[in-house]
Design a protein around this ligand. Structure first.
Ligand code: WTA
Length: 647
């Protein structure tokens, strides 16, 4: 099969921080001498007390542990703010574009951001927040969200951001899991012209969270929201009372920085914990090299701060590197499908980093929405969150980037803290659909289902064989689950949960999740989570959820539902269940298909044969494989005969 290869453009090979030869030399050193490589690389951070040890890591059960730069101390907010004040205090740090293009943008300089962060850090202190306390952040994409993150980092509080699209139920679960006693929110969010009742959601969530003592409410839309006396305070009011002086707390490199909940193949979402030193090094070095970033360039990562991409590449990485980072409150298709490219032109964006799902949706609207904008400032494009299909890649390259901008297809995970496999624009010839080669310090490997290593070209499970500084350190409150989830499947390695192909050139092609996680519009959903939401409904006896191919979202949600004995499933119930799941988890978990079934295919021991359901979800039913172990094979015939008509 002939595949297209795009060589590194000559100007990039010449001007980039790293060319092909330098990439190979640096990657080789990073794996042959990790201690030397990372001792040097970590000098990019201002340490309060320099570290003397670099790497103490083991993925083996007997001496399991992950520590980087362990005896060093630092403060991330000082690295993102204070150290820029002298050189670029008046440079814009955050360029904020509101949901409605008719409203005013905001330009916040490093000096102003520093003052805002110090002031808000003092607010948190005045509410009794101390080093190590958990602060839940449920905010829309407004600069105050970045202020809140940096203020937590400044005083050593651990932030836990909950995506503002999650339901009160989901929010309550995350507040309770990390025992957070303070929540930061807004009256309402604004996305695509629609209001999101954030404060109402918080009020509903807090019905289940009696330990929460303080809610700080930012006025975004000015809607009248009830304020609970003694608990709820107005953001602007409490901030105005505080000084703009707040010394950064001296943090150990392994002190926690943030928790971010993410879906796994089983159970409730896991609180992924990242620590201060290694994460700072990783977020900043990956941001610099993957985007060939030079201080002052206008850079836009279109992710929401509710996801890890927003943490590492809207806020922390760019600010540590002295960037002007664009923060966008809205959505790609509001007021119309030119929105992204209008913002590019408005601010002169040079680097744009977005998700395949948005590109596919925009591609469907036609080229005209893109070509009517200039985009002449764009130099580099990035992709993240899910595999990018070659068709969308080519469109991004040709239409959006006019053939002149390399595309960095970055593979990574909440757990990895930052980019793991990606082209470097001055070093890597591109193949559409491939994340190409590992970043410095990353040692990917492929193994078969039994854990036997696959050498050379081949297909298998993607594992990482040694630690890197940005790696998560534990699952909040459940270290055993951390080990079991990531290090027990293929002992001695970190298991990513992804399938992957490596080609003859050593390029990696991520094929998608091979566990019970589905990737809907770049958002990870555990099938178990959706199933437990469904069975929580009074009329549902049993449910099984699988992924299905979806043109825009990448994967959609296909749910098989068995109702209780006396319930007649009908269209009204189908609609009710869709609403129910949206309410239980949030709109991102909206099922695309619900198929009612009197029974699910089970083995004689009662285990659901998900393999069969996956094939039905994928509409690949010509060969369902061995069904001889089914307790009742007629169940499958019923499922096949009653598949809903798909659009
Ligand atoms: C998928 C998002 C293919 C993958 C940063 C991974 C990708 C999961 C890519 C993590 C990519 C992310 N190509 N697949 N460039 N980037 N993925 O934790 O399945 O939200 O395991 O982190 O997204 O999703 P998460």
């Amino acid at each position: 099969m002939a595949e297209t290869v795009y060589p590194v453009p000559a100007n990039w090979a010449q001007d980039a921080l790293v060319d092909e030869a330098a990439y190979h030399a640096m990657h080789r050193r990073s794996v042959e001498d990790p201690v030397g490589f990372w001792r040097d690389a970590a000098q990019r951070i201002d340490w309060i007390k320099p570290f003397t040890t670099v790497k103490q890591t083991s993925f083996n059960e007997a001496d399991f542990g992950i520590e980087w730069f362990a005896d060093g101390t630092l403060n991330l907010s000082a690295n993102a703010l204070d150290r820029h004040l002298e050189t670029r205090g008046d440079q814009v740090a955050i360029l904020w574009e509101p949901d409605d293009p008719a409203d005013a943008a905001r330009r916040i300089t490093y000096r102003e951001l520093h003052a805002d962060v110090c002031r808000f850090a003092n607010v948190l202190k005045s509410r009794g927040v101390q080093k190590g306390d958990r602060v839940t952040i449920y905010l829309p994409m407004v600069p105050e969200a970045a202020v809140a993150m940096l203020a937590c980092a400044r005083i050593g509080a651990i932030h836990s951001i909950v995506f503002a699209g999650f339901s009160p139920e989901a929010l309550a679960g995350r507040i309770t899991d990390c025992d957070s006693t303070i929540v930061l929110t807004a009256d309402e969010g604004l996305r695509g012209g629609k209001k999101v009742p954030l404060k109402d959601n918080v009020d509903e969530a807090l019905g289940h969270c009696p330990a929460v003592e303080t809610v700080i409410v930012l006025r975004r839309t000015g809607a009248a929201v009830p304020m609970v006396p003694g608990r709820d305070v107005d953001w602007a009011e409490v901030a105005a009372a505080q000084s703009t002086v707040c010394e950064p707390e001296e943090m150990g490199a392994e002190d926690p920085l943030f928790i971010l909940y993410t879906s796994g193949s089983t159970g409730k979402p896991k609180g992924v914990l990242h620590t201060t030193g290694g994460y700072s090094v990783w977020a900043s070095i990956t941001h610099q090299y993957v985007f060939d970033y030079r201080p002052g360039q206008i850079y836009w990562c279109a992710a929401d701060i509710g996801w890890v991409t927003g943490h590492s590449y809207v806020v922390y990485g760019p600010l540590m590197n002295g960037a002007t980072t664009v923060m966008f409150e809205g959505v790609p298709n509001y007021p119309d499908a030119s929105r992204f490219w209008q913002v590019v032109d408005k601010f002169g964006v040079e680097i744009f980093y977005g998700a395949p799902t948005a590109l596919r949706a925009l591609m469907r609207e036609g080229d005209e929405w893109v070509t009517r904008t200039s985009r002449k400032t764009l130099r580099l494009l990035g992709s993240v969150g899910e595999p990018i299909n070659p068709e969308a890649w080519e469109w991004y390259h040709k239409v959006v980037g006019e053939g002149r901008c390399p595309i960095v297809d970055t593979w990574w995970q909440t757990e990895t803290g930052g980019v793991m496999i990606s082209p470097l624009p001055g070093a890597t010839a591109l193949k559409p659909g491939s994340a190409t080669r590992p970043f410095f310090g990353v040692q990917p490997a492929l193994v078969d289902n039994e854990g036997v290593p696959i050498e050379g070209a081949g297909d298998g499970c993607l594992v990482i064989t040694d630690s890197w500084p940005g790696q998560m350190r534990t699952v909040w409150g459940d270290h055993e689950r951390f080990f079991q989830t990531y290090f027990s499947t293929f002992p001695g390695t970190y298991f990513t949960g992804d399938g992957c192909r490596r080609d003859e050139d050593g390029y990696y092609w991520i094929t998608g999740r091979i566990d019970d996680v589905i990737n809907v519009s770049g958002h990870r959903m555990g099938t178990a989570e959706i199933e437990s939401a469904l069975v929580a409904h009074a009329k549902v006896a049993e449910a099984a959820v699988v992924g299905m191919p979806h043109d825009i979202k990448g994967q959609g949600i296909y749910a098989f539902v068995t109702t209780n004995a006396n319930v007649e499933p009908d269209e009204a119930l189908r609609r009710e269940l869709v609403q129910w799941v949206r309410h239980e988890i949030g709109p991102i978990a909206t099922p695309d298909v619900i198929q009612f079934a009197p029974g699910l295919p089970k083995t004689r021991s009662g285990k659901i044969m998900r393999r069969i359901l996956r094939k039905i979800g994928e509409n690949d039913v010509s060969n369902l494989g061995d069904t001889s172990t089914l307790a009742d094979p007629s169940v499958v015939d019923h499922l096949l005969a009653n598949r809903p008509q798909l659009a």
